[in-house]
Design a protein around this ligand. Sequence first.
Ligand SMILES: Cc1cc2nc3c(=O)[nH]c(=O)nc-3n(C[C@H](O)[C@H](O)[C@H](O)COP(=O)(O)OP(=O)(O)OC[C@H]3O[C@@H](n4cnc5c(N)ncnc54)[C@H](O)[C@@H]3O)c2cc1C
Length: 520
Amino acid sequence: MIKELEITLPPEEINKTTCIEKEVAREIRVPLEKINTVEVLKRSIDARKQNVKFRLKVRAYTHESHIKEEYVKKNYQYVKDKDAVIIVGAGPAGIFAAMRLLELGLKPIIIDRGKDVHERKTDIALINRSHIVNPDSNYCYGEGGAGTYSDGKLYTRSTKRGDVGYVLSTFVEHGATKDILIDAHPHIGTDRLPMIMYMMRQTILEHGGEFYFESRITDFIIKNKTIKGVIDHKGTKFEGIAVILATGHSARDVYDIFFKNKLLVEAKPFAMGVRVEHPQKLIDSIQYHRPSRGEFLPAATYQLVTQVEDRGVFSFCMCPGGVIVPSATDVEQVVVNGMSNSKRNSDYANSGIVVSVELQDLAKYSEHGAKAGLIFQQEIEKAAYNAGEAGRYAPAQRLTDFVSNKASANLSKCSYNPGVIAADLNEILPKGISQRLHKAFTIFGEKMKGYYTSEANVLGVESRTSSPVKLPRDPENMQHLQVKNLYPCGEGAGYAGGIVSSALDGINCAEKIAMTVKGV
Ligand SMILES: Cc1cc2nc3c(=O)[nH]c(=O)nc-3n(C[C@H](O)[C@H](O)[C@H](O)COP(=O)(O)OP(=O)(O)OC[C@H]3O[C@@H](n4cnc5c(N)ncnc54)[C@H](O)[C@@H]3O)c2cc1C
């Protein structure tokens, strides 16, 4: 008999095969010795009640001998002499486009302004230690893109965009833990991602693909409304049958290439706010209804959303057991984000809390046309830079002081490595954002008792939640509306948000190209 069922287990039993088998035997009413194997298909935590449990979806085999299926390995082809596709940007969108092109028999040539994962580490250390941002190699730029020093949460709501399992199994193939295939909220962690990115590069190189790091694209080669290739800052030309442009949402200079060439760019809504940080112990006690999470439960997470005066206010990229990081991509900016290691074992829980910004909120910037959101972002990041003593620190305030419009005499301990300085974030953020955040924080304090506390700090600014512009493409062929064979892709094109959805967009672009040129 093969039977699929759901079981629940207390946290201390989750990693014990015998406990799982016993519970399955009890549920399906067969003696324990009749259970051959139990395969775990999905795993999640149910913390709605006092008694926190793990919930497992399992497939039980009683008589059949079961050979555990590995994930499906991909059939990468050797493509050295095949048609080349230029991919600008080695983030999740670009790298997954490249992996899929290998399967489809086309040669990926990947170009990135940043350095490989190994060398990138030095620039990351420099940001933390000396507050120096290299505009070509930082938390967002370089091999793996913003995905490398990200938190590595792999959940997405965009399941309709493609096969999430394909993305997860590709990560596993390159060194990620198999747990991500069953966890309801899969997570890799910043400590593991660089090695995985390195392994993916090896696969691409071994199959005849090419990489060019420290090569910043400054223009397109367009003839008869068809893109032929790109030119980098050293004047090197890269040509191919198509160009996938996957440069992320921070590369404002890439949008300038469109403006310079009078190519369509559209403004789109985005979100902006602050990053809030609490002691992880406090979040654990709220979410797990007990003084401490104990030995068997992971650092607790949360997700919050409310509506204040016609705008959504929501938590974004919550990092349990994580740290806040400086994710500016250029000089004269302070931008914050969050990440965590695979063990999620820091003493802090941080999350972006952001307010949606609609196009009508940018009326003051209307003279800038499609650039309005970019200019707005830039101004606020500069204000945060000024408040943080020319970017040496991130401006911060105790949560309760922020909401009461009061300067903080001192701050709670904080994970942000370059350091924080007390400043009034109400003077940095526009009123439409700060006042909505005030209301939202008190609402969130009612939803999660203890969340609204002076123990928490808010840091500014969380400005890069998604792209404020879209590079419009034909919904059928995914090419830019005015340029044939140019595939705007991933988060920077405005068609994805997060690692998995960007990866899926990359895969979809690769498939469109193969279909167009080879009919496969
Ligand atoms: C600190 C942090 C934590 C995050 N945590 C998570 C998380 O837990 N889960 C999640 O889903 N998402 C997370 N994200 C967001 C996620 O990283 C992005 O959504 C994702 O990386 C976008 O993928 P992309 O390939 O579209 O662009 P990117 O990853 O931004 O990659 C773009 C690449 O293009 C390159 N590039 C830019 N301009 C040029 C140019 N002119 N020439 C050549 N190359 C260029 C850049 O160097 C970069 O490598 C996090 C982001 C940050 C910064």
